[in-house]
Write a protein that binds this ligand. Structure first.
Ligand code: EPZ
Length: 420
């Protein structure tokens, strides 16, 4: 398995271009199943999750090609059931349920497994599909949904910790071809949901209120092919901004959307990070003395759970106590134990991690456990003096396009190797 070898202690300098958003691309690729006409999606990052979704689309009978950030999908004739083993392996594939049901009148997908950050239930997805008059059965680890005709409805999709992003995506996509009007209350407001809505509207869907908690979808008979440019990845941008601050460097992030990062920039400002944010570029300035912060992860526009681990790495250099509370997932502190191997002092108290920053850090061998935890370990390795080896880097390749190359272009001493 691949590993990153990092020789830390070097400030990052230069410019880095932010790639397209993984969490926008996955539901948008699923949405191509809603039409028998070809679709072209641009600014698609070269990620293992993207190619995995491509394999799932192919297993359903669609054609899928990827070249230089451009994806062409043609779901001309498709099946209602894909390759279970494939679908089971990537949680994000649950978002094929809604479009398949809307297009084929039925869909069979394997229950997405939980993952290391939590149980990842899909009860809200199924509640929404039932509200649209689908018959839902969960049997032997598979979800079977069927509906002769989906009927528009009003459905509240809020769960115990707020909205569901992919649940909103599933119901939105199914509702585009339902009879009548669907109102989703407590819809997810993430930029990735707005981007999906823009793509669906380009396909001929009638959607209002995307990005607000109340979304209205008026069903149409058919959707046509469309072209779309994916939004920049706000979590990748947050990751590089934090890495620049953590190494006391000076880095300009290009082709991004500062307006998608208000909560992160607010928290970085409170932590003493100096930066200039202008439209599609963000310049992190060196010299800020990092201060401890108190943060809770929340649904958008709050502080994103997907940037929690990265912020924790930054707080290792803030003298004093920081409190990081994870309100979205039940076990998203796997990175804390690995950060401790580098010298971090982190106590977990229920949903909160109490970070005693300012402790001396030194490089060590650590193991990635999930996508954003891996990013936190890389940031910590860049901060530490000495050599850090981050194992199981396949987690990182799921969501960060050529991270080692981008970091090297900023002067980091990072190389990809094989675990010995
Ligand atoms: C999306 O996952 C993202 N993944 C996640 O990013 C992100 O962390 C998450 O949204 C929250 O922002 C993709 O978009 C591919 P949820 P999703 O449904 O949609 C509970 C990353 O690192 N819930 O919004 O699966 C759930 O347990 C990944 O890029 C239910 O209770 O997350 C969680 O506590 C990780 N019932 C909360 O809601 C349901 O039916 C939010 O989950 C669905 C969810």
């Amino acid at each position: 398995m691949d590993t990153f070898i990092i020789k830390g202690g070097v400030p990052l300098y230069g410019e880095v271009a932010i790639s397209g958003a993984k969490n926008a691309v996955l539901p948008i690729l699923a949405a191509t199943l809603l039409t028998s006409e070809p679709c072209v999606i641009r600014r698609v990052p070269n990620l293992s999750d993207v190619h995995f979704m491509g394999r799932i689309l192919r297993s359903l009978g669609a054609s899928f090609s990827y070249e230089n950030g451009m994806v062409a999908v043609h779901a001309n004739r498709i099946k209602a059931r894909g390759d279970y083993d494939l679908i089971r392996k990537m949680r994000g594939s649950i978002c094929i349920l809604g479009p398949l049901l809307a297009r084929k009148g039925k869909a069979n997908v394997s229950m997405p497994g939980g993952c290391i950050i939590g149980t990842r239930p899909i009860d809200l997805h199924l509640k929404g599909l039932k509200a649209l008059s689908a018959e839902v059965k969960v049997r032997e680890g598979y979800v079977q949904v069927e509906a002769k005709q989906l009927k528009g409805t009003e459905v509240f999709l809020g769960g115990r910790v707020g909205p569901t992003v992919l649940g909103t995506a599933n119901i939105m996509m199914a509702a585009t071809l339902a009879e009548g009007v669907t109102i989703i209350e407590s819809a997810a407001c993430e930029p990735e949901i707005v981007d999906l809505a823009h793509f669906l509207i380009a396909m001929g869907a009638k959607i209002q209120g995307a990005g607000t908690p109340r979304m209205t979808i008026t069903g149409v008979n058919k959707l046509h092919g469309a072209e779309h440019d994916v939004i920049p990845d706000r979590i990748e941008a947050a990751t590089y901004a934090i890495a620049a601050a953590a190494t006391n460097g000076e880095v300009t992030l290009k082709d991004m959307r500062c307006d998608h990062l208000a909560a992160v920039l607010d928290k970085l400002k409170e932590a003493g990070v100096q930066f200039e944010a202008k439209g599609t570029s963000l310049k992190i300035l060196s010299g800020g003395n990092i201060q401890p912060v108190d943060v809770s992860t929340q649904p958008y526009t709050g502080f994103p759970t997907d940037a929690q681990a990265q912020l924790m790495a930054l707080m290792l250099k803030a003298p004093g106590l920081s409190i990081i509370t994870e309100r979205i997932f039940e076990s998203r502190f796997m990175h804390a134990n690995e950060l401790a191997r580098l010298g971090a002092d982190i106590a977990i108290e229920g949903p909160s991690a109490i970070v005693r920053g300012g402790m001396p850090l030194s490089g060590a061998k650590v193991m990635a456990s999930d996508l954003r935890a891996s990013a936190a370990l890389v940031i910590a390795g860049l901060m530490c003096e000495g050599r850090t080896q981050v194992n199981r880097i396949y987690h990182l390749d799921r969501g960060y396009e050529v991270m080692d190359k981008k970091l090297r272009s900023l002067g980091a001493r990072v190389k990809r190797g094989k675990e010995s």
